[in-house]
Design a protein around this ligand. Sequence first.
Ligand code: MF3
Ligand code: CO
Length: 257
Amino acid sequence: MIYLKTDEEIELLRENNILVSETLAEVGRHLVPGITTRELDKIAEDFIRSHGATPPCLGYEGYPAATCISVNEQVVHGIPSDYVIKEGDIVSVDLCTLMKGFVGDSAYTFAVGEVSDEVKRLLEVTKEALYKGTAQARAGNRIGDISAAVQEYAESFGYGVVRELEGHGLGRKMHEDPGVPNYGARGRGPLLKEGMVICIEPMITMGNKAVVFERDGWTVRTRDRKPAAHFEFAVAIRKNGPDVLTDFSIIENALNN
Ligand code: MF3
Ligand code: CO
């Protein structure tokens, strides 16, 4: 069941996704060698609560934290822990807010200090794959148009596209229909309509696309232990085209200051 949103509901979703963007910026400011991922999770949770929202990931199907923090070969759903961040790590921070009955959900992969040119390119290409998919998020297109755009762009660099996880609808619930795979065929899948809100979230690997699920029940990592990147944002399908509800410039401006 796909829920179409009114303009007012889209603005509430935007408010949430702006708070998610600001929370990601706050985490980014603290993301330096020596801090643990658990400390970063605490910073995010306090920030979310002090802005009048709650973190819906906490307790979701038993998930034990407010954020997912996935380092290097971890793709998504890394559980914050005593792991100490070090120079050269890449760190995906994925977090959600719940406020005024709606959810925000976005993720950003940060580089800690200097990373290799090879890893820098993985991050750039994964973010660009998200934008390529977003350009297809128009009424009259199908989910497969988004999926194919993400896949073709990422694979043109020789990267792997993770198959086991996908984007999703976003609204009063964190995960609504439709699913938004990062691979697929143009012209296939659910029809996109004005009022749909989806999260597009490419998970791209430097090596093989195969992943394994860790025994903690959550963490997904690459089988070959090569690095992976993950960017996610929320997009509303509007009359005039895609309307991105998350604002990565809030994060990127924080990093440059
Ligand atoms: N943004 C993540 C997702 O869409 C949120 C996961 S919350 C968790 O999968 F509780 F499942 F970890
Ligand atoms: Co998501």
